[in-house]
Design a protein around this ligand. Structure first.
Ligand code: ARG
Length: 381
């Protein structure tokens, strides 16, 4: 890519559809220019770009200051096309763990993240940044999809106890020597697997002490309580890489608070997850003899009500899908007032329950991803 001064800044920050990697000096420059163009950003001296370029020439890379890193993480959230919770992008806590050097350090950083972000239910949006990748793209990795997830044990070819989405990762943990609880349940927390470049992965105990969980009860149909459902209070996605100014952080777990449909609609009701709709419908005595009784839809609503009710009663922050959609609309309006456009992935932004009631339903979105961002990366296993 040329460093043509007339190329729009947004074009230089575009990540989607790039064939060749962007030279680090150019990514750094574009990042600093982006900060210089935003009122809310930390002040960047004119000499900062040359300073970073000199550092790159000398050592192959450069270091972000803490204010740059913090604002960069917030921009990565703001640019996340899948996230409906971006109204709060400027209120992200950044825990700087770039000095972590051993697997133990990273594990303790993860526990610290869970404690800080959970905050006894008064959840704080948080990202923890571990050391960046080197010039060959190698850096620390957290092998878990999320820091707190439930095991999926294979019982036979067809049946899984627990979360089927975690069956492969559970196999891996068992292979690495994990000893699961004597009495296995559908809600056993998984261990954390961490690797450093060129080293074998290491297994650390499930983060039990710092994982708050919520028992799911229905507000007025106690017949659902005997399902003994529970879920973690905090979703900490730990398998994506954070990219800021050309620097990659392959271990940068981040978390906000839940929207109830993530649990009640997808985790509990998807056929390839806990697949609970038939059980719920039976307990609610719904007529399941044919699809046209809409028993699935009715069971789904009750499951989602139970999730919202239980989190609220437990004092754990959660948002319903109507409020989340409304907040995204406000985010879009705020951004447009500042002359910035919002990109998005429509099928991610629309809630998976009563989609057409969302004010986002009849809008369309440009899915292009810009830097900084949280990106998918190759699974280490
Ligand atoms: N959908 C995922 C889950 O159910 C969590 C993804 C992140 N969600 C969030 N609200 N920050 O666990």
């Amino acid at each position: 890519m040329s460093s043509c001064p007339f190329l729009a800044l947004s074009e230089r920050l575009r990540l989607t559809g790039r064939k060749k990697p962007i030279p680090l000096t150019q990514s750094a420059k574009a990042f600093f220019q982006l900060l210089q163009s935003e009122k809310e950003a930390p002040t960047i001296a004119a000499s900062r770009i040359q300073q970073a370029q000199a550092q790159i020439t000398k050592s192959g890379t450069y270091q972000l200051t803490l204010p740059e890193l913090t604002y960069g993480c917030r921009l990565a959230w703001r640019n996340s096309v899948r996230c409906v919770g971006r109204f709060f992008w400027s209120k992200l806590d950044v825990l700087d763990q770039r000095h972590a050097s051993t697997e133990e350090d990273i594990y303790h950083g993860c526990l610290q993240h869970l404690k800080h972000a959970t905050h006894h239910g008064d959840i704080r949006s948080t990202v923890t940044v571990f050391p960046p990748a080197d010039s060959k793209g190698r850096g620390p990795r957290i092998w878990n999809y999320q820091l707190s997830r439930y095991a999926g044990y294979r019982i036979n070819k067809k049946q899984i106890l627990g979360d089927p989405a975690e069956a492969d990762f559970t196999d891996l943990c068992l292979h690495l020597g994990w000893i699961p609880p004597k009495k296995r349940t559908p809600f056993d927390l998984l261990p954390i697997v961490i690797s450093l470049p060129e080293k074998k992965p290491r297994l650390f105990p499930p983060p039990k002490k710092v994982t708050q969980e919520v028992s799911i009860r229905h507000p007025d149909s106690p017949c659902l309580n005997s399902l003994r459902l529970r879920w973690v209070a905090l979703p900490v996605v730990s398998n994506m890489k954070l990219e800021i100014g050309g620097i990659s952080f392959p271990a940068a777990p981040f978390s906000g608070w839940y929207m109830e449909t993530e649990i009640g609609t997808r985790n509990f009701a998807d056929e390839n997850r806990y697949n609970l709709l038939p059980d719920v419908a039976r307990r609610l005595r719904l007529d399941t003899s044919r699809p046209s009784t809409l028993w699935k839809d009715r069971a789904l609503v009750e499951l989602n009500r139970a999730v919202l009710h239980s989190f609220q009663k437990a004092g754990v922050r959660i948002i319903d899908h109507h409020s989340a959609s409304a907040s995204h609309l406000r985010f879009e309006q705020d951004e447009s007032k500042k002359g910035r456009s919002v990109r998005g992935l429509w099928d991610w932004l629309i809630p998976p329950l009563s989609g057409s009631t969302s004010p986002l339903w009849n809008r369309s979105y440009d899915p292009t991803e810009y830097s900084p961002n949280f990106l998918t990366q190759k699974s280490p296993y």
